[in-house]
Design a protein around this ligand. Structure first.
Ligand SMILES: [Zn+2]
Length: 362
């Protein structure tokens, strides 16, 4: 199965890498883990993803995970990877409005995935607002085929991961955060870099209106024969091959990015900037997703949903009343008085660290 998939996916070209061959080092997985997976240092604080849940979102071993799914099922859809938004000021084969339209198609596509993820989260809860066991069960890994995969947790993570894939690609495939090669003349093979920070207002996935697109923003034109100079549809255009910073080594714990292997990625700190931007953007989207759930379903249900999506044992950790809230813990400790103080700050901190996100907003 995997070998046929690997043969079929236009692998190194489509995106930050998903797999471990063809020059790819599971870049999407590592970016996603660095952004939102729980670590020994953070414990389960800050709504991070625990181990099994992070595996479903980021992929693990030979599994693509939700963030890798666009490389599996929509590798040639430019909107899923923010491709084909190329433009160069001056004499160029495309107009600014054509390039902007391509960028906005990507934004619309990713907004659709983001909304899908919020829609599917509704099925985590029954009509009484309680978690449904079968919907959050991870005894087996999530399937990437949404027609076969019925679990609400898997479905919501699948759509959210697809949105993450696109926003991560934006930093690799565009000139938003990078710089041109100062040693070569500007042109389609060396477009200007915008050196802009993350997160990007272009990627406001909760928004409904058209985001403002900078006049010099470009993403690369992509065809299977990805080359510099471009061929076929991409003749005379800025290509994905010229602009991408897809490949290199990323530390999944710290996000440190080294050993870039693409030509644009090797210029200055372009690869590290693209990865840092993608990590920051992934965190922003997870924050925005939590805000979207709260706006749609109210604070109480949203906090339970966030807990259910990010915790490995939501039935134990997320049910209302199974853990004291921050206020209740404070009252309890007050009642216990000196004895509780003698337990020491260390154990209090340990308790707070285990407090589920599903209850924190209360
Ligand atoms: Zn991609």
């Amino acid at each position: 199965m995997l070998s046929s998939v690997v043969a079929w996916v236009p692998a190194p070209a489509a995106a930050f890498g998903t797999i471990d061959t063809g020059g790819q080092n599971r870049e999407h997985e590592r970016i996603t883990r660095a952004a939102v997976a729980c670590t020994a240092r953070t414990g389960s604080l800050r709504d991070c993803f625990e181990s099994r849940s992070a595996d479903q979102l980021a992929g693990q071993g030979k599994r693509f995970g939700a963030v890798g799914s666009p490389d599996l099922t929509e590798p040639l859809n430019p909107a899923a990877h923010c491709d084909d938004g190329d433009f160069l000021a001056g004499d160029y084969v495309r107009t600014r409005s054509e390039a902007t339209a391509s960028v906005l198609q990507c934004v619309d596509h990713l907004r659709g995935r983001f909304r899908e993820a919020a829609d599917k989260a509704a099925k985590l809860l029954d009509t009484n607002g309680e978690l449904i066991s079968a919907e959050v069960n991870l005894d087996t890994d999530c399937g990437s085929d949404s027609a076969q995969e019925q679990r609400a947790k898997c479905g919501s993570l699948e759509s959210f991961g697809r949105a993450l894939h696109g926003v991560q690609d934006f930093y690799s495939h565009s000139n938003w955060a990078d710089e041109a090669d100062p040693g070569r003349p500007p042109g389609a093979d060396n477009p200007p870099g915008l050196n802009l920070p993350a997160p990007s207002p272009v990627l406001d996935l909760r928004g409904r209106g058209e985001p403002a697109v900078p006049a010099d923003l470009a993403t690369g034109c992509f065809v299977l024969h990805d080359s510099v100079p471009g061929v076929e549809e991409c003749a005379l255009r800025i290509t994905h091959a010229a602009l991408n910073k897809d490949l290199g080594l990323i530390d999944p714990k710290t996000g440190e990015a080294t050993n870039p292997t693409t030509s644009r990625g090797k210029v200055g700190s372009n690869f590290a900037r693209a990865v840092a931007g993608a990590i920051e953007e992934t965190r922003r989207q997870w924050r925005d997703f939590r805000a979207e759930l709260e706006a749609r379903y109210g604070a109480e249900k949203a906090s339970l949903m966030v807990c259910a999506l990010s915790r490995d044992r939501p039935l134990d950790d997320c049910r209302a009343g199974s853990f004291p809230t921050a206020v209740a813990a404070g009252v309890l400790i007050g009642l216990l008085g000196v004895g509780a103080v003698l337990l020491g700050a260390h154990r209090l901190i340990g308790r707070r660290r285990r407090m589920p996100s599903g209850l924190r907003t209360r």
